[in-house]
Design a binder for this molecule. Structure first.
Ligand code: ADP
Ligand code: MG
Length: 261
């Protein structure tokens, strides 16, 4: 098992899931040219769910979550986010992007802007939020990720873990109802992984709907209410973390777990 970055014994049973559907994916297929990358994906995510997506490299994890905010386009089937179907209708895509925040492996901060400017850029210029309000919101979320004192520095002056927390805060400034994480700790030195996972745990405890592609199986066991295992563009198996890790059903899952645990 990877380094236990987080306390697994903490009782998180208060983290309830609502009946409301946040994301509905039905019989979704996607190709890159001739390559059939996602096959017959069916996935319903309830509001407040915390889903970890695991699977070998190249299995389609990134492509799947990128389809949810239309960074990638699917060719068949249906994706409905917050009751809005993803079609070519740009207005709908815009609405969905307002609901869905995304954090990547690489933080993608603007290097020539301060942390505060990175956080207020989109709210001011895209959302037309008044500057003072955008700054207040940015400081609120910088406090939440515990680095308000870094507001006037440039990204290059921060550690990787701090930069990733800025990236999370930047997403939160757009007030998303769903957060997608694509290997947010994979580029970090081990000692910085915990501070980012702690931020993600806090979000989960506040009821954020989260889909996280991660190799942090300790995080999955402690925080996820469902683990989804993908291989070759398909959802092979899904279960609550306890049963997923202790009683995997498919050979593909067993093989994967034997390699990472
Ligand atoms: P994962 O995140 O699980 O590693 P990805 O979703 O990144 O998997 O990729 C799934 C498969 O699709 C891989 O075989 C990858 O090479 C391929 N792929 C990813 N992005 C593209 C792209 N833009 N064009 C063509 N093939 C791609
Ligand atoms: Mg990936």
């Amino acid at each position: 098992m990877s380094e236990p970055h987080i306390e697994r014994s903490v009782d998180r049973s208060h983290m309830q899931v609502s009946d409301e559907v946040a994301i509905q994916i039905e019989n979704m297929n996607k190709w890159y040219g001739q390559f059939h990358v996602l096959r017959d994906i069916d996935l319903t995510v309830q509001r407040g769910e915390r889903i970890v997506i695991a699977g070998p490299s190249g299995s389609g994890k990134s492509t799947l979550i990128r389809c949810i905010n239309r960074l990638e386009e699917h060719q068949q089937g249906k994706i409905v986010v917050d009751g809005i179907e993803l079609t070519n209708d740009l207005k709908n895509i815009d609405k969905i992007r307002r609901e869905v925040g995304m954090v990547f492996q690489h933080f993608n901060l603007f290097p020539h802007l301060t942390i505060l400017e990175n956080l207020t850029l989109a709210p001011i210029w895209v959302r037309k939020t008044p500057k003072k309000e955008a700054i207040d919101t940015a400081m609120h979320f910088l406090e939440k990720v515990k680095i308000p004192e870094q507001a006037d520095k440039y990204p290059g002056q921060l550690s990787g873990g701090q930069q990733q927390r800025v990236a999370i805060a930047r997403s939160l400034c757009m007030k998303p109802r769903i957060m997608l994480f694509d290997e947010p700790t994979s580029a970090l030195d081990p000692e910085m992984i915990k501070e980012v996972l702690d931020t993600m745990i806090e979000l989960a405890e506040e009821g954020m709907t989260m889909l996280c592609v991660t190799h942090e199986m300790g995080f999955a066991q402690a925080v996820a209410n469902r683990v989804i295992f993908m291989a070759d563009g398909q959802i092979v198996e899904q279960n609550n973390p306890h049963d997923f890790f202790n009683n995997p059903k498919s050979d593909r899952t067993k093989q994967f777990l034997s390699q990472i645990l």
